[in-house]
Write a new protein. Structure first.
Length: 94
């Protein structure tokens, strides 16, 4: 997985967008982009950030073409004092 992050930095809330690619063990490439926010829910803990973002997935590989129609949400937390990040992506398919 390769990714990059854009942040419009602010002390307690900032717009954020991730973009990257995932290469499966079969060699298929899945591109992703996110659009959302990073924020500090508790101002007494400014190192503890949360994120919620919409995710768009794209793949030209036939076996992953269904991802082109999927809706997904990226949520999680990061602790800037330890650099520990935990995220999950919830995928909705029709």
């Amino acid at each position: 997985m390769q990714w990059d992050l854009y942040e419009d930095q602010a002390p307690t809330r900032c717009a954020a967008a991730f973009a990257g690619t995932i290469e499966t063990k079969e060699g298929a490439i899945i591109s992703f982009t996110t659009s959302g926010y990073l924020y500090v829910p508790d101002r007494s803990a400014p190192h503890a950030w949360r994120t919620d973002s919409e995710v768009t997935l794209k793949s030209e590989a036939v076996e992953f073409a269904w991802l082109n129609r999927a809706k997904a949400n990226w949520s999680g937390a990061c602790d800037m004092s330890t650099y520990l990040h935990r995220y999950e992506i919830l995928l909705e398919t029709n």
